[in-house]
Each structure stands twice: as C-alpha cells, then as structure tokens.
Design a protein around this ligand. Structure first.
Ligand code: SF4
Length: 294
C-alpha cells in the first residue's frame, strides 16, 4: 500500500529537466533497425529522457532476455510480468543490428530473470560472443542484474570478456528495501568485487540515481563502498518518476550539485565520472570508456 508521502502531488519538474525530442533521419533509422530486428532497448522500455539525443546520434542500449522483468523495482519503468524462454536467435539479431548501426561501442543490459537457473548469464555470454564474431572492432559494455548473488553467473559473463562490467548500485543502502525490494546492497557490492577478483584489468562501473531521499553522508558512504570494491567508473543522475505508480522524486538536484558530486567522486578516487541530471549508466558510455583508456 502506498504511504501518504507517496500519494502527494509530484514535485514540478524544474526548467533544467525539460527537453525537446529530436527526431531526425538518424533517429528514424535507429528506430527502424531496432524494430526490424525485433529487439528491445532500455531507452524505450525505461522511458529514458535521453532517447531523442542517443537515437539521433545513432546509439542505443539493448535490452536482452525480453521486455518483462521478474522483479518489480519501485523506480523502474520496465514492465513486470510473465516472461518467456530466452530467444536463442536474439544474440545473432543484436549483433547484426550493431553492424547495421555502425556502433563502435555497445551497451547490453537485460531485465532481471530470477526464473532462469543461470539468471540469463549464458545468454549474455552468447550475445557478447556473437557481437565479437560479427563486429570484432566493437567495444562491449554489459550492465548486468545481480544474478541473485551467483558467482558462477558472474563468471560466465566475465569469461565472454566484455570490455566493461557494469552493475548499478542504484541507491544508498538505507533505501534498498523501499527502492529495490528483492535486491541487496551488499550483494551488489559483492558482485563488483567478484569481477575484480577474477581480473584486475577489467574495468568495473556502477551508478546511482539521486533525488530518492538519500542524504549527502549516505551518498558519500555508497561511493566509499564502491571504491572499496575497486570500482573506478561512476555515473550519477537524477531519478525521474516514470509514472504515478512509481516512487516520487524527493528532490531535484540542480546541475551544480551534480558537478560538485563529480568533483567529490574524483577526489575520492574514481577515475571516470559522469554526473548530471540526465546522466544514465549508459549515457555516452563510450566516451567514459575512452576517458579511462586515455
Ligand atoms: S542514456 Fe542509455 S538508456 Fe538512455 S537513451 Fe541513451 S543509450 Fe538509451
């Protein structure tokens, strides 16, 4: 049942969060390729505010293993509901779309599939291998669910050798029961630690949404915890309420606050940080990766 707090009228969006969708020829072409390939993108399913910009630049983040999730996180717009078996042709079609879109940097994420014995890790690995086969020059970032803490699932994805291993913390520890019921703060940190234990040279990355009611001290602690597990790439963005059924925004942080958090995170020890109201974990992901490598 929703609390009174959740039933209050939503905060008005501040002017810096208003954007116009750009929908030129590249945007239409990306749309067409995705539709024709029968693929899903998190850009569309999660109502990402950057969709116009990213599609117009010829990029997108692919959502594998279906468009329905077995969990029902209170912040996420991806639909929850009955799921089907993994589509064995999806890795091939996705790699083909990467080629057709001319992508040099690909982000692949998935819904959470708690119903599958391997959490969908095998499908991730097949997708990586198929992209490598069809587009050997593409860099690949995976943004994985927590696989219910399964080390073997993490190992399966790791062994397919993505270029960046991303897993979002999403929010601070105290807010987990409210924001991510079914997930566990320490479990997510352990996943990132596990990747580092498998290889010291695979970059790990994580992200948090701000404006869900976290305090500055709690956010600092979360950043500290990420550094403790040797995560060095970070994204910080404004939480936006996808619908009235989702958690309300507690605070809209001004762009300057995001700049300050970027400076703080860099000072604390992160190597690459993207922080801004519209930043999402896949936003300009290729640029963040290039920054790490330069
Ligand atoms: S930020 Fe990521 S999810 Fe959003 S539109 Fe761009 S690529 Fe898609």
């Amino acid at each position: 049942m929703s609390s009174d707090r959740e039933q209050r009228p939503p905060l008005r969006k501040p002017p810096w969060l208003k954007r116009r969708i750009q929908a030129g020829a590249t945007y239409q072409e990306v749309h067409r390729i995705i539709q024709r390939s029968k693929l899903h993108t998190v850009c569309q399913e999660a109502h990402c505010p950057n969709l116009g910009e990213c599609f117009s630049q010829g990029t997108a983040t692919f959502l594998i293993l279906g468009d329905r999730c077995t969990r029902n996180c209170r912040f996420c717009a991806v639909a929850h509901g009955p799921v089907g078996p993994p589509d064995s042709e999806e890795p091939h079609r996705l790699a083909e779309a990467v080629q057709n879109m001319g992508l040099r940097y690909v982000v692949v994420t998935s819904v959470t599939r708690d119903d599958l014995s391997d959490g969908g890790s095998g499908h991730f690995a097949q997708t990586i291998s198929e992209i490598r086969r069809q587009v050997p020059t593409a860099r690949i970032e995976v943004l994985v669910p927590d696989f219910q803490g399964s080390d073997s699932a993490v190992t399966t994805v790791f062994q397919a050798r993505p270029d960046v291993f991303n897993h979002n913390l999403e929010t601070v520890a105290r807010l987990y029961p409210k924001v991510r019921p079914g997930a566990d703060y320490r479990r997510s940190l352990r996943l990132l630690k596990r990747v580092r234990a498998l290889s010291s040279d695979m970059p790990t990355k994580s992200g948090l949404m701000l404006g869900l009611g976290e305090s500055p001290e709690e956010l600092r602690q979360a950043l500290f915890d990420l550094l403790e597990v040797e995560c060095r790439m970070l994204t910080l963005g404004q939480y936006l309420q996808p619908s009235r059924d989702h958690l309300p925004v507690e605070r809209f942080l001004p762009p300057e606050a995001f700049e300050q958090w970027r400076d703080i995170a860099l000072e604390m020890g992160f190597r690459e940080v993207a922080s801004g109201p519209f930043v999402r974990s896949s936003y300009r992901a290729g640029e963040l990766y290039e920054g790490l490598k330069s």
